[in-house]
Design a protein around this ligand. Structure first.
Ligand SMILES: [Fe+2]
Ligand SMILES: [Fe+2]
Length: 214
């Protein structure tokens, strides 16, 4: 019992570093270059620039939540294979986080001030799902990725034609998130019932509405 507490504390300490990096937007490094690299910034009108910045801020918050979710799960997942799978996906989420952050900076905007709140909530949910079972935890990843993919598809439609940079970033993210969702189901994730998915939709709507502005 005593040993178990100690190892959880050890894990918490090792996660603290990534928690700080995610919340403060400092020190995270992408493992892949941004898909936008090498493409020219298109001149955007002021309303378009503000709209794209709002969308990219929502996507950035989504990535903060993904980080928190995976970190929470990695802490509690029982099977080492599941833990490793989570860590690998979490690294790809770091890429997304960094790419969105870079794009926001280029657009002369900022990340959401509410990120610490969303981080805390997602971390707790991830840890809770991981405590229940790996199947639930993986099911939660699958259901979350399903929601993220639908946002990304919607944002891709809303992006101005001339904003090639944001389009390329979101296209790559969409591919990655689809794969994360499929892998989570393949690894034995439970398909969540519709009422749970509906509840997740409501929370994600609240997140998108607030992060777009603040
Ligand atoms: Fe992501
Ligand atoms: Fe993902």
């Amino acid at each position: 019992m005593h040993k178990r507490h100690l190892s959880l504390l050890d894990k918490l300490i090792s996660e603290a570093d990534s928690v700080i990096k995610t919340i403060t937007s400092r020190g995270n490094r992408a493992s892949r270059p941004s898909p936008a690299i090498g493409h020219q910034d298109a001149p955007l009108s002021e309303p378009k620039r503000r709209h794209v910045a709002g969308l990219m801020r929502v996507n950035h918050t989504g990535e903060v939540c993904a980080q928190a979710l995976y970190q929470g799960q990695a802490l509690t997942a029982k099977l080492p294979t599941v833990r490793n799978e989570m860590r690998h996906a979490a690294q790809e989420e770091v890429d997304h986080l960094v790419w969105c952050e870079e794009r926001l900076r280029e657009l002369g905007s900022h990340t959401s001030y509410l990120n610490p709140v969303w981080y805390g909530m997602s971390f707790a949910l991830g840890a809770l799902a991981g405590t229940i079972s790996d199947k639930v935890s993986l099911g939660f990843v699958a259901a979350t990725e399903e929601r993220v993919c639908s946002h990304l598809r919607d944002h891709l439609k809303q992006l101005p034609d001339e904003d090639r940079k944001s389009q390329l970033i979101l296209q790559q993210m969409l591919q990655d998130e689809q794969r994360h969702g499929e892998k989570a189901l393949e690894a034995g994730g439970t398909e969540f019932p519709q009422p749970v998915k509906d509840a997740m939709d409501s929370v994600s709507k609240l997140m998108t509405r607030t992060s777009y502005r603040i």
